[in-house]
Design a protein around this ligand. Structure first.
Ligand SMILES: NC(=O)c1ccc[n+]([C@@H]2O[C@H](COP(=O)([O-])OP(=O)(O)OC[C@H]3O[C@@H](n4cnc5c(N)ncnc54)[C@H](OP(=O)(O)O)[C@@H]3O)[C@@H](O)[C@H]2O)c1
Length: 290
């Protein structure tokens, strides 16, 4: 989570300050000058109030909602409490922050709220049902609010990364390794482990962007005078999202995912290899006229 203010340009936040060493090292000379670090748990009302109240005049220009947690696996094996935990962070956590900053932004008629959504906020992905739902919910919330906020000169921007090589996937894989998937039938668990997990890993290694790339995309969005409502960071993933707009019945996107995952697995691997090949550095070499 990033809060950008006028007197303290950037406040980076985390729920567990014991993890701040890496960030402090990356901040270098900016630490405690233009960048400060504060504790913030987006799932906790008091923590949010404490953080916002610490800002001079509670004033900030840009809020970046980045906190998020993932969840993968057969839906039958996921408890309702675990599903609520995902929504508590990805949906209510972001809304808690937006509610906290809106009164001051509305009063000043100025502000920009950036939400790190996901391509899974636009397109469902098998075995990511609950995570995708939490991001879809955020998309619907923000799309509705954005209209009203224009009246107050406040912008909302959804940044929708595709796969990003952060700790996110590693955390999910650790959880998957611990789970026995109680309640899910053997065939579903087999599809999850033998079809989905290898495909997901291949997508991350082929299409995965760096967190720095996504951070630059966020900076670009913040710098715009008229910030766009949506920004997808990963052009390699865009065709998969575009399928649902190409056929409003939804059959094209559902059918394509089904075919790629379960029927033409060979084609899936081939297209991943093709992508790997055309995105490799030798293809990016500058073409000079003969
Ligand atoms: N990685 C991807 O492939 C991908 C793709 C699309 C979108 N996204 C989205 O990008 C955002 C950043 O994810 P990431 O990939 O950078 O994963 P990450 O490395 O796991 O970062 C997520 C961060 O959110 C923090 N967080 C979780 N719950 C929180 C809470 N209650 N209060 C405050 N902070 C909390 C985590 O803190 P702790 O370290 O304390 O757990 C962690 O620092 C998320 O919204 C995610 O949904 C990720």
């Amino acid at each position: 989570m990033l809060l950008c203010t006028v007197s303290l340009p950037v406040i980076a936040t985390m729920r567990d300050l014991r993890k701040k060493d890496k960030l402090e090292a990356a901040a270098g000379d900016t630490l405690n000058k233009t960048l400060s670090i504060q504790r913030l748990d987006v799932c906790n009302d008091e923590s949010v109030a404490e953080c916002i109240n610490s800002l001079p005049e509670k004033r900030l220009d840009v809020l970046v909602n980045n906190a998020g947690v993932g969840l993968v696996g057969p839906v039958e094996s996921i408890s309702i409490d675990d599903m609520k935990r995902i929504f508590e962070t990805n949906f209510f956590g972001a809304i808690r922050m937006i509610k906290a900053v809106l009164p001051e932004m509305k009063q000043r008629r100025r502000g920009h709220i950036v939400v790190i959504s996901s391509v899974m906020g636009l397109q469902g992905v098998p075995f990511n049902d609950v995570y995708a739902a939490s991001k879809f919910a955020m998309e619907g919330f923000c799309e509705s609010l954005a209209v009203q906020l224009l009246k107050f000169n406040i912008f909302i921007s959804m940044v929708e990364p595709g796969p990003v090589n952060t700790e996110f996937e590693m955390k999910l894989m650790e959880e998957v390794a611990r789970s026995e998937f109680p309640g899910a039938d053997a065939a579903t668990v087999r599809y999850f482990k033998e079809v989905y997990l290898p495909a997901s890993h291949e997508i991350f290694t082929t299409m995965g962007q760096t967190p720095e790339y996504v951070a630059k995309a966020v900076v670009n969005v913040i710098a715009k005078e008229r910030p766009p409502f949506r920004t997808q960071t990963n052009t390699l993933y865009t065709p998969l999202v575009a399928l649902k707009y190409a056929d409003t019945s939804g059959d094209l996107s559902v059918g394509t995912y089904y075919n790629l995952l379960f029927r033409f697995t060979g084609l899936f691997h081939l297209s991943m290899s093709f992508l790997k090949c055309i995105t490799c550095s030798c293809f990016r070499r500058r073409v000079t006229p003969a």
